[in-house]
Design a protein around this ligand. Structure first.
Ligand code: PLP
Length: 393
């Protein structure tokens, strides 16, 4: 089973990180603290599990593998629940303050004090599923209208989930990056407010809030792990998840922070390509990867600002490793926990299995029998039909 993850299926580049303080300047400790205070006070907040895959680790001749399982997050199925909904609240707060000159607290927003104002505001975003679900949920909680742009390949089940939170879901002809462009154009034309998880020139506030929201997840990991892991593998779409996690780890553990390894699909490896070019670089998406949440051709410049100083390795993997990795969690080795993991959740797991079984890569990435590996299981079965199809294949 583990032979499927042979080293020659993956591509690895070493990167010499730049020096700098982006880890504390782009998302400030106060941004993380504010987001955490707000999100942990929401109804239904509970920390997600941090599993140990001890039997798998033993087979791979490493000390331990920690897997943060974001499937149960707020009943939305992914870590994204922490970002879009929080950024939505922050946009509404700023907007009501600017427009009506009112001092607004997030708890006033939550309890509906400004319902007659929030329901005049429309929030909008492009998504390949999970960010849109979070934004739609947040908009519903805070009483704003929501429009979500999705591309051709986003599954109908994912579109349905967003509609169930009251969003108007619009399917465009094109890929994720086209949907971002169309959402932007229509927002400008109609006076809607974009709540995006990716940044661009002069648009940094909501993506910073989104990344600050993800810090709730990293905080939970830090509270549960008494020591820094040696390595963290972070899957990349636009890079927001990876940038947020490594910034929060660096803020907590400084020089003792884990070695940061970024993992992406071959079909959308814009961060891997950015590392090779040593500058944020877009890639053309020709075929959609099965890792729907990672299907992004344009890196987020804000995320790249952090990753260029924190990441030392970039790995690109083929889609063929995803089903075996999901099955390995569904039918684990020995008494390792059974985990329901979606396609984008297992990128890091697939990569570490390939790396750990290859002597050259072990050396290059400094993996040995004392290694403590942290993985972010970023989603559960966010498309249940697809999950069951893959697991039973
Ligand atoms: C499940 C899942 N994992 C990882 C990612 C990657 O996050 P980012 O685009 O911030 O790099 C996404 C993005 O949508 C996702 O949905």
């Amino acid at each position: 089973m583990l032979d499927t993850f042979s080293a020659n299926t993956i591509k690895h580049v070493s990167y010499n990180p730049h020096t700098g303080n982006a880890f504390k300047n782009v998302i400030k400790p106060q941004n993380f603290a504010d987001a955490s205070n707000e999100i942990t006070s929401w109804d239904g907040y509970t920390a997600t599990p941090l599993h140990r895959l001890e039997n798998l680790a033993q087979k791979l001749k490493i000390q331990n593998i920690f897997y943060k399982d974001e499937g149960p997050r707020f009943g939305l199925g992914s870590f994204k629940a922490l970002g879009g909904a929080y950024a939505a609240a922050k946009v509404l707060q700023r907007e009501i303050k600017n427009k009506f000159n009112e001092k607004v607290t997030l708890s006033n927003l939550r309890t509906g004090k400004y319902a007659s104002l929030t329901n005049t505001i429309t929030l909008v975003s492009a998504t390949d599923g999970n960010h849109g679900r979070s934004l739609a949920w947040g908009a519903q909680q805070f009483g704003a209208a929501c429009k979500i742009y999705i591309h051709t390949e986003v599954s109908e089940e994912r579109a349905k989930a967003m509609r169930s939170y009251g969003a108007d879901v619009i399917r465009i002809d094109g890929d994720y990056d086209d949907s971002v462009r169309i959402a932007k154009t229509n927002a400008e034309a109609n006076g809607w407010f974009i709540v995006s998880d990716t940044s661009w020139e002069n648009y940094t506030q909501p993506p910073t809030n989104v990344m600050a929201g993800y810090g709730v997840m990293t905080n939970e990991i830090i509270q549960e792990l008494p020591f820094p892991p040696s390595h963290v593998l972070l899957q990349g779409g636009v890079g927001g998840l990876a940038a947020s996690v490594c910034a929060a780890l660096r803020q907590k553990w400084g020089k003792d922070s884990p070695r940061v390894i970024i993992v992406e699909p071959d079909l959308a490896n814009c961060l891997y390509t950015s590392a090779i070019k040593d500058a944020p670089t877009s890639v053309q998406i020709t075929d959609e990867t099965i890792m729907a949440g990672l299907s992004c051709g344009d890196p987020s410049p804000l995320a790249w600002d952090i990753l260029r100083e924190e990441a030392s390795d970039f790995i690109s993997i083929p889609d063929t490793l995803i089903a075996p990795a999901m099955k390995l969690l569904a039918k684990p080795i020995g008494n390792d926990p059974t985990i329901v993991a979606g396609e984008s959740a297992v990128a890091g797991l697939a990569a570490i299995i390939a790396v750990a079984q290859d002597e050259t890569l072990r050396k290059d990435l400094d993996i040995n029998t004392s290694s403590q590996i942290l993985l972010i299981g970023s989603e559960g079965a966010t498309d249940k039909a697809l999950y069951h199809k893959i697991i039973s294949s």
